[in-house]
Design a protein around this ligand. Structure first.
Ligand code: SF4
Length: 759
């Protein structure tokens, strides 16, 4: 199997490489932000739009889920947030004429970057069976087509309802309600591919599958450990929080296979001092081998146990369970094995221990570098062990901080977008809406792809996102998608998933965050939940990109009325007209949302309760915080191979490609690059600037090849390589997933590098 670079695309991937940078943000970021924004929106619209991002009466940034501080600056956004806004508020349009000029076969050979640059979708579009062109279709007919296919299924479980993290709380709640009234829990979502491992580990150990810290906890911390995360690109305003923590005396340890500019120095564009000199953020950099994190935290735990007075014994006695088994496992940790697993030297681990012991309040932050491994769940459980040992849960300035990606990915899960809903949630839904929700589990992303591949799922409906680009094993996923009877995408912009279709396909254009949402004669707002459990309103102010757009709640309500008909007692028409009535129902179904409408009307919204943080109460099976004692795992590397992690460039947000540069890493005008440690490269005979194919090795014996990557000598950890996704998703086998969470193991792919087969 091989994924080829797009041929005939006007966007030519020709990487140039210069020095990597050692500081993030500053003047270059401002210049870049303004250039990108003005190119897409023009000067006036840029000013009008950007000044409303993340303001209390404005709209929520459609980028990541980083929270806003209580006191906001006039410009409360980062470079990547501005890019996300510019892409949505762009003046460019994809009209029916565009589709007349570009058949699907043409769209299928274009790069994701080119597709995204064409602008906002303006009309519902339909691809009939056997046709090569999407054609405009009235909304009524488009929804009839979806209803036809859904009602023709032998079972509701033959339908899949995917959600991306942009979807608002109101739309997500309605969407899961519709799917469950139809009779399925098939609600795969982008969480399945990112923080599912965090949710699994935290639910089991702490009883709440979310982070336990608020922004002010970061500001108060003595020590912040940032593991497997690159905030400078993926959550840029986190750098301001880290800077503030440093000003308060905090130390920062970063644990990552690559050095990242944002964690080295932050030039805060909000202050003259920041712009000039910036703040050095990292005090200790542990350049860990990919996948060595569990071993590192296990050894730190052993060393804490061996240090007189280091364990918070009162906390352990009062609040935890499973301590003895954990202690036995931790005491067995072995220095030599840890040094092999982590690639670190002893002195740096000892230095880390000194910093850990000097800290009374410790926060551990992490992202995909921890969650996308086979042993991701035990790794995060080991992080929890580490924090429990010194009582760092439920203490101000301390806790777990899984940093979430897409802006409402956490809120969507809170609203019930989950293939394995808790019985209590279904009970509440049943009581409120008077129907019997299905109790059997549905399909997550990986299982949904298998179901499509095996002909067991026939309708694929996506509320946002770019499913085929985001998913692993690209060729398998695309072939699976092509077996569907109908694929439907509710989208703002064109992407690859519109070119890889079932027998019939629909594109349903929807409002963006920046746009005014008028329903039932009045302007409506929606709500979102950020990475730290803050819920707040989001109000767009721009005129919609086209008069033919519908909001996501309106699409769901209209579809539900068609599909469910009079057997549904849910007031779909009322919900479409007034989202406040949806919030009233959410308030009665979802714990923590009591009095939702009143509380979200407060500027800045409200914070959801979090029992471990607020009361040191742990709603787990044991009623305590659970220590765990899993065997230590780490990837083993055969000779002559490298361990590849997929990652994002600085000109990218998830699968959306804003440009072909990765400024901080010194890469320009191209994405097909593989970053290889110079010593490894020399050993493998790979000169800097040479071209290679990446071939992954997996137990199924299938050859997965990503051809034509420029080798870049880069200071990655020895034995480790890195390359961008979605280009390298082709290398990640569908069956290579994390234990328990089933998250694709995209951060530990064994590859060999072969002479390039492309010219
Ligand atoms: S940090 Fe995230 S939420 Fe904030 S402006 Fe940047 S992309 Fe948007």
């Amino acid at each position: 199997m091989a994924s080829k670079p797009p041929k005939g695309d006007p966007v030519q991937d020709a990487p140039q490489v210069t020095e990597a940078q050692h500081a993030a943000a500053g003047l270059p970021a401002i210049g870049h932000t303004l250039r990108v924004a003005q190119k897409q929106m023009g000067v006036r619209r840029t000013a009008l739009t950007l000044l409303r991002v993340n303001q209390k009466d404005g709209f929520d940034c459609p980028g990541c889920a980083w929270p806003e501080p209580e006191h906001r600056h006039t410009a409360e956004f980062c470079e990547n947030g501005a890019k996300a806004v510019a892409e949505e508020a762009t003046l460019r349009r994809v009209t029916p004429d565009f589709f007349a000029a570009h058949p699907v076969t043409d769209l299928a050979i274009r790069s994701g970057y080119w597709l995204g640059q064409q602008g906002r979708l303006t009309h519902p579009m339909y691809l009939a069976e056997g046709a090569d062109h999407y054609e405009p279709v009235p909304w009524e007919r488009a929804l009839d087509i979806v209803a036809e296919e859904l009602t023709a299924l032998d079972s509701p479980d033959e339908a899949l309802f995917y959600t991306s993290g942009r979807t608002s709380n109101e739309a997500a709640f309605l969407y899961q309600l519709f799917a469950r009234e139809l009779g399925t829990n098939n609600l795969p979502d982008c969480s399945n591919m990112c923080h599912e491992s965090s949710g699994s580990a935290l639910t089991e150990t702490l009883g709440v599958g979310k982070g336990s810290v608020l922004l002010e906890d970061l500001h108060k911390a003595d020590l912040i450990i940032v593991a497997g995360q690159n905030p400078g690109t993926n959550h840029p305003r986190m750098l301001s929080a880290l800077e503030q923590a440093k000003r308060g005396g905090a130390k920062i340890i970063t644990v990552n296979p690559l050095p990242e500019a944002g964690l080295e120095r932050f030039k805060n564009p909000q202050t003259p001092q920041g712009m000039l000199k910036g703040t050095a953020l990292t005090d200790l950099f542990l350049q860990i081998r990919i996948g060595g994190d569990q071993a590192l935290f296990r050894l730190l735990n052993k060393l804490i146990l061996e240090t007189q007075g280091a364990v918070d014994e009162d906390f352990v006695r009062e609040h935890t369970h499973g301590y003895e088994d954990f202690v036995a496992a931790a005491r067995a940790a072995d220095w030599d094995e840890t040094l092999t697993a982590t690639g670190l030297d002893r002195t740096r681990i000892e230095e880390a221990l000194r910093m850990v012991l000097a800290s009374r309040r410790t926060v551990v932050c992490w992202a995909m570098g921890l969650t996308q491994h086979k042993h991701a769940v035990p790794t995060i459980r080991e992080v929890v062990n580490f924090l429990l040992l010194r009582g760092n849960i439920g203490r101000p300035g301390a806790g777990v901080c899984p940093v979430r990606g897409h802006s409402n990915v956490q809120g969507d899960r809170t609203m019930g977008i989950f293939e394995r809903p808790a019985p209590a949630f279904l009970d509440a839904l049943e009581k409120e809406f008077g129907f019997a929700p299905p109790r059997h589990h549905g399909l997550d992303v990986v299982r949904a792809i298998r179901a499509l591949r095996d002909g067991k799922a026939k309708v694929f409906f996506a509320m946002g996102g770019n499913f085929v680009a985001a998913s692993p094993d690209t060729d398998v996923t695309e072939a699976a998608m092509r077996r569907a009877r109908l694929t439907v995408h509710v989208s703002t912009k064109l992407n690859r998933s519109h070119a890889v279709t079932g027998a019939r396909a629909l594109i349903l254009p929807t409002l963006g965050r920046t746009e005014r949402d008028v329903q039932g004669g009045g302007e409506r707002f929606v709500t979102v939940e950020d990475s730290m459990g803050m819920v707040h309103a989001s109000r767009g102010r721009l005129d919609p990109a086209s008069p033919h757009l519908l909001s996501e709640p309106a699409i769901v309500c209209r579809l539900a009325r068609r599909v469910l008909g009079p057997k549904s007692a849910t007031p779909w028409e009322e919900f479409e007209k007034d989202y406040a009535s949806v919030r009233d129902r959410i308030a009665r179904v979802v714990p923590g949302f009591e009095d939702f409408n009143a509380r979200v009307a407060q500027p800045g919204g409200f914070t959801l309760p979090h029992a471990p943080r607020d009361e040191r109460r742990f709603p787990t099976a044991t009623g305590k915080a659970n220590f765990t004692a899993a065997p230590v795992e780490y990837p083993r590397l055969p000779a002559g191979r490298l361990l590849l992690q997929t990652l994002r460039s600085h000109d990218q947000y998830n699968t959306t490609i804003y440009g072909l540069d990765d400024r901080y890493r010194g890469i320009r005008n191209g994405r097909r690059v593989v970053l290889v440690n110079p010593d490894d490269a020399r050993e493998l005979g790979l000169a800097d600037g040479s071209y290679t194919d990446l071939v992954s090795e997996w137990t199924d014996g299938v050859e997965r090849r990503a051809p034509g990557f420029r080798v870049v000598h880069y200071p990655t950890a020895p034995g480790c390589a890195a390359a961008y996704y979605p280009e390298t998703n082709v290398l990640v086998p569908l069956d290579a997933t994390a234990d328990t969470s089933n998250t694709p193991a995209s951060k530990s792919v064994v590859v060999r590098l072969e002479q390039s087969t492309t010219d």
